[in-house]
Write a new protein. Structure first.
Length: 316
């Protein structure tokens, strides 16, 4: 735990599913495991993970995966939530399991839950750690996660090499970090199949939240909307009155849960010792090449020293 008065210690929180999906779509379909199944997503994810570990050398890190594809608490609130997405094929589900196993073999805390999404797991981990003197580094490009940014926290779009804190959210999305959930409730989110309020786009939502501060204040003072210097202000006011309950439901869906049970003790997930046997078995099954094996060995802390042979050598 950071010493009292010390600078906040970094806690890296990785939105793993984003990078697994990105690898699945971008990596060539030529990698196969020992049983002939595709491994392009896990190879791409391993490259991302190794680069992150090599650059940051984090002591406190958790890797969050989405398992609540259709069993999330949000589906019970709104059955159409994410219903626009096709189920992941068996080839990809198998690779997700390999990615989780790879993280565990490297001594990294894996977060996954059938009732909560990766965003909720990341939000809950940060919520627990922050009072103990940690700051979050959220590795994700997902705008939903910007709502979690506090004074010392940072979001990192790893692929684009872009980082921003709470103060940088307004320049990116037109609203402050603490307004993101309200903003998405108004505009909707096509990716998650959340309709939003009819006729309210990004610019209108930003104007409304700049004036009223929050969705609650907006709905309480909805009669004032018609008098704003806003195109179609009267129609916007009418839709907000008609769709008030929908707006509140959409906000339930867009708000990250911060009270999810987590599988570790203490305020922050700490890197554990790697499992050499598990790592070797995965390297064999996934048919990693010599360079990836060496990098995994180093990332796992299995090297005996700089310039020396590793103390546990994964087979070539």
């Amino acid at each position: 735990m950071p010493a009292p008065g010390a600078a906040p210690a970094p806690l890296h929180l990785v939105d793993a599913s984003l990078y697994v999906f990105r690898a699945w779509h971008s990596m060539p379909d030529e990698f196969r495991d020992a049983h002939g199944w595709p491994t392009n997503a896990v190879h791409g994810f391993a490259r991302f993970l190794l680069e992150l570990l090599e650059r940051e050398r984090p002591r406190h890190i958790a890797i969050a995966f989405d398992e609540a594809l259709d069993s999330c608490f949000r589906n019970r609130l709104y059955p159409a939530y994410k219903a626009n997405r096709d189920p992941a094929p068996a080839e990809l589900r198998r690779q997700f399991a390999h990615c989780k196993a790879l993280c565990a073999a490297l001594g990294l805390t894996v977060l996954a839950d059938h009732d909560y999404e990766a965003d909720d797991l990341i939000g809950s981990a940060l919520h627990r750690a922050r009072p103990a003197g940690y700051r979050g580094i959220i590795v994700s490009a997902d705008k939903d996660l910007s709502q979690m940014l506090g004074e010392h926290d940072e979001q990192w779009d790893f692929a684009r090499g872009q980082r921003w804190g709470a103060a940088g959210v307004k320049a990116r999305h037109g609203v402050h970090a603490h307004q993101i959930a309200d903003y998405l409730a108004l505009t909707g989110d096509a990716v998650d199949n959340i309709p939003g309020i009819g006729g309210v786009g990004a610019k209108t939502a930003a104007v409304l939240l700049a004036h009223f501060g929050s969705l609650d204040a907006l709905l309480e003072r909805v009669d004032e909307v018609a008098f704003l210097r806003l195109r179609g202000a009267a129609q916007v006011a009418a839709r907000l009155r008609e769709q008030r309950e929908h707006a509140l439901l959409w906000r339930q869906l867009t708000t990250i849960a911060c009270d999810v049970p987590l599988p570790y003790e203490g305020p922050a997930a700490t890197r554990a010792e790697a499992d050499p046997e598990m790592l070797e078995a995965l390297a064999d099954t996934l048919r990693f090449g010599p360079m990836t094996r060496r990098r995994l060995c180093t990332a796992a802390g299995l090297d005996s020293g700089a310039g020396e042979a590793p103390s546990v050598q994964l087979p070539a």
